[in-house]
Design a protein around this ligand. Structure first.
Ligand code: FAD
Ligand code: DLZ
Ligand code: SF4
Length: 508
């Protein structure tokens, strides 16, 4: 009997487990652009356009390879606009009795498929190095789930950057050599840009029409939308930027949105690139002597370490993870996350860039917008929904542990052993934002004081019960304790005034 092979928008790889299981002579591949997926958060229009264009091109390549593909476009009059309903419709049409799918990257959709009135077999997503079982085994019995030890196991498992059982360069981790402040000049012109082809132009018109009022600009769309283009974008990065990636990984510049970053996460997460091809290309560049070890190791660690670890945490912790809020933060997400209407230049620049590109690099996400939301006590679920909506690479399995865990400490310290908070001085050291800001980073209190300076101390004091005995934060509390009482009072009073203005929706 015919079976349906469901391929979701972020599973665009011929190697995905459902397609490997399929039989070309008997099965029908089902792909569908549906409002259910396109609107569970108000996705950035560039994210939707990227996925729809990549889905259409992938469906075409499957047909060229001989597959029968039932593809539903968003504006197809028959479209039922939900994945489960599309499966039912297609199953009736073909008399199919079973659906095979690679497990989705979100509990919501896993549950929808479990509850569908059809037999749905969900296969493991083996595009990842660590299966759920392997991650559970690694996590079992450990007091703390630190990424570094998991990462070493992934190095051993893959053999990446290994020399006869030892780490290449003599150390597992070269982070100490990274984190240089912003360079005066960037010698890389940014990611490879692609002119939209006919399929992509059609999708852009559709998305402009249907999602034009979502946050985010559709102008100047340049993403790769198929595997060939994504591979060229990867090669362009390895050649032009990887050698400096490690050095300037944490730097931020107001007039350079990409610095030496790869900008490949949206391709990797959607299935256009694989983990191993990316990491092998980076290792080959190191072995050729084109790339220093701190860059190659730092880059590979992000992918086989952080990325795999985050997915492990998401599936280990279960569907309620996104609702965690151990710090009981209840503030509504400030409006400037949507309209960039703030005098804090670091925040305004990050939001503007997010609006234009559906991209911000890691430190902008963590130490600018994430840092601000945490210091101001914004409800982490609202922060999570924002991040899930606005970035082209955002799917819950990777976004939620980064936001709920790493950035907002809402999981109580599963991902991070201490909260990622900083005053303005960190942002000043790593960027050129502060020099052009209406606030003064050097001013700690009084007129023009950088809000990060006030909120940083206020956050630490508000949460002293939780963090006061954390050995990694002892220094911060000791500094606070040494301050004169009237200075402490001023900081807390001014922080309260700032937060009150935020509550009232005043421009800050
Ligand atoms: P590069 O800086 O060039 O890094 C190379 C690759 O490493 C990335 O492409 C990515 O695949 C991987 N990587 C690096 N850091 C991480 C990480 N912490 N977790 C997972 N993978 C990582 N990444 C997403 O893919 N989707 C998200 O929705 C997402 N949300 C985030 C939210 C917050 C608050 C934070 C702090 C980080 C988030 N990240 C997310 C991780 C990281 O910021 C992005 O992967 C990275 O910015 C993508 O840009 P790039 O391809 O230029 O990465
Ligand atoms: C993100 C997304 C969007 C915007 N649209 C679709 C779609 O129309 N059809 C589809 O199959 N997938 C889409 N996706 C990706 C899914 O939301 C994704 O598979 C789940 O969130 C699990 O990661
Ligand atoms: Fe951001 Fe403060 Fe620097 Fe302004 S002064 S850019 S608000 S850190």
């Amino acid at each position: 009997m015919t079976r349906l092979i469901l391929v979701l928008g972020d599973q665009l790889s011929p190697e995905v487990s459902a397609l490997r299981e399929a039989d070309m002579d008997r099965d029908v591949v089902v792909m569908a652009e549906v409002m259910g997926e396109a609107s569970y958060v108000p996705h950035h229009p560039k994210k939707i356009a990227f996925l729809f264009a990549a889905m259409r091109k992938f469906a075409q390549s499957l047909k060229e390879d001989g597959w029968r593909v039932d593809y539903t476009a968003l504006d197809d009059p028959e479209n039922t606009q939900a994945i489960d309903r599309e499966l039912l419709r297609r199953a009736e049409a073909h008399g199919a009795d079973e659906v095979i799918v690679t497990e989705p990257g979100e509990w919501r959709l896993i549950e929808v498929l479990n509850d569908a009135p059809l037999k749905v077999r969900q296969l493991p997503d083996d595009r990842f190095l660590a299966s759920h079982g392997e991650f559970e085994d690694w996590a079992k019995g450990r007091k703390a789930l630190r990424m570094e030890y998991f990462y070493r196991d992934m190095r051993r498992k893959t053999g990446l950057l290994m020399d006869e059982g030892d780490p290449a360069g003599g150390k597992w981790n070269f982070d100490h050599d990274n984190r240089k402040p912003a360079p005066g000049e960037v010698e890389f012109g940014g990611p490879m840009r692609f002119t939209p082809d006919e399929i992509t132009e059609d999708v852009l018109a559709l998305v402009r029409d249907r999602f034009g009022s979502n946050f985010g600009s559709l102008d100047d769309f340049w993403f790769a939308t198929d595997r060939g283009q994504a591979r060229r974008a990867l090669a362009h990065f390895i050649r032009g930027a990887l050698p400096r990636f490690g050095d300037y990984q944490d730097a931020m510049l107001r007039d350079d949105r990409f610095l030496y970053h790869s900008v490949i996460s949206m391709y990797l997460n959607a299935g256009l690139l694989t983990v191993m091809e990316i990491c092998e290309a980076a290792e080959a560049a190191y072995r050729r002597g084109d790339v220093p070890i701190n860059a190659a190791e730092g880059f590979i660690r992000q992918i086989i370490g952080w990325r795999e670890y985050m997915r492990g945490i998401y599936f280990l912790e279960g569907p309620d993870y996104v609702r965690r809020n151990v710090l009981n933060h209840q503030r509504a997400l400030p409006g400037f996350f949507w309209d960039a209407g703030t005098d804090m230049l670091c925040v305004a620049k990050t939001v503007q860039q997010t609006r234009d590109e559906a991209y911000a690099h890691h430190i902008q996400r963590l130490m600018v917008t994430g840092n601000f939301a945490l210091l101001a006590g914004v409800n982490p679920y609202e922060v999570h929904e924002w991040y899930l909506a606005v970035y082209a690479d955002a799917y819950e399995w990777v976004e939620a542990p980064n936001v709920i865990g790493m950035s907002q400490f809402a999981d109580g310290g599963i991902v991070g052993s201490k909260p990622y908070v900083s005053s303005g001085s960190y942002i000043d050291r790593m960027s050129d934002y502060c020099g052009a800001c209406a606030y003064s980073v050097k001013t700690k209190t009084g007129a023009g004081a950088c809000p990060f300076n006030l909120l940083y101390w206020d956050f630490l004091v508000r949460h002293r019960d939780r963090f006061g005995s954390n050995p990694r934060m002892g220094q911060m509390y000791a500094t606070w304790d040494r301050m004169k009482d009237d200075r402490k009072d001023t900081i807390r009073r001014e922080a309260a005034v700032f937060l009150d203005r935020l509550t009232k929706g005043e421009r800050v």
